[in-house]
Design a protein around this ligand. Structure first.
Ligand SMILES: [Zn+2]
Length: 277
């Protein structure tokens, strides 16, 4: 069972759901949410319109074990599973109806590599684009769902959208960097300000738009050609990684490396390539 904590103004207004630890080892959102809950309970922050709800830990067992997931990546399976086969499928069945009952969803994650805070805006429709820009992030990334074509998209954002809501996923920084908690908390505060739920206006910040064009899975054991950092520029044809059988992964376009994972296991996402918009 996951805990949901509600703060309802009793006044008309949007409903906002803020998620932490969809991935169990990404705890900045949970810590930020804990801080916000205590400030709301103490009356230091007052919800004046609509309702904000928090799920501090969406994947409790993975959180306890400090792992991304127990059986399966929860953020790829947010749909109703008729006969749930594993832990995350049970969690998805519990979480999906909650996600789909809100106007807006803010999903707080962190990253396995050092990076500036950025947001995934999977469906830049309606108010969603302004919502993403209000969060005070360095960049906003589009193009994610297209990467998963022709698979169905079952991230938290896609799930929220099927329920008629808008959603942004924030990568708040490196897992172990305490600053990621600050980013998560500020994103949540900016979101509440954007929807006029609390006093104030969101932080002014120049936010770049980035489009992700390629997703590369680690096909067998191998190594990166260098210690790639998020945002490193690459030229078409550059060798990004080499497998133990000496075959290579090369950049398909001029662009930059996006969330490289030097610790990816075979079958997981190894890196992405993104281009500026
Ligand atoms: Zn994550």
């Amino acid at each position: 069972m996951v805990d949901t904590i509600d703060f309802d103004s009793g006044q008309a207004g949007p409903t906002l759901l803020i998620l932490g630890a969809v991935h169990g080892n990404e705890k900045c959102g949970s810590h930020a949410i804990e801080q916000l809950i205590s400030e709301l309970r103490a009356g230091e922050i007052e919800i004046k319109a609509g309702k904000v709800s928090f799920i501090p830990v969406c994947n409790p067992h993975a959180y306890e074990q400090n792992v991304r997931y127990v059986d399966e990546n929860l953020n790829r399976i947010f749909y109703h599973h008729e006969t749930p086969q594993n832990y995350e499928e049970h969690l998805a069945n519990e979480l999906v109806p909650i996600l789909q009952s809100y106007d807006c969803v803010l999903d707080l994650h962190s990253n396995h590599t050092a990076s500036e805070p950025f947001g995934f805006l999977d469906y830049p429709e309606g108010k969603a684009k302004d919502f993403a820009l209000s969060l005070g992030l360095d960049s906003v990334v589009t193009g994610w769902p297209e990467l998963f074509y022709p698979e169905e998209d079952h991230t938290s954002s896609a799930c929220a959208r099927r329920g008629g809501g808008i959603s942004v996923t924030v990568e708040c920084g490196f897992h172990d960097d305490p600053h990621s908690i600050v980013v998560a908390k500020q994103s949540a505060i900016n979101a509440m300000k954007f929807f006029d739920m609390i006093d104030g206006t969101p932080d002014e910040k120049h936010t770049d738009y980035v489009h992700v064009v390629e997703r590369v899975l680690k096909k067998s054991e191998g190594e990166f050609s260098k210690n790639w950092s998020h945002g490193d520029k690459v030229k078409k044809g550059d060798v990004i990684g080499t497998y133990d059988d000496n075959t290579e992964e090369r950049a398909s376009v001029d662009g930059h490396i996006f969330i490289p994972n030097g610790n990816a296991v075979v079958g997981d996402e190894w890196f992405y390539i993104a281009v500026d918009q």
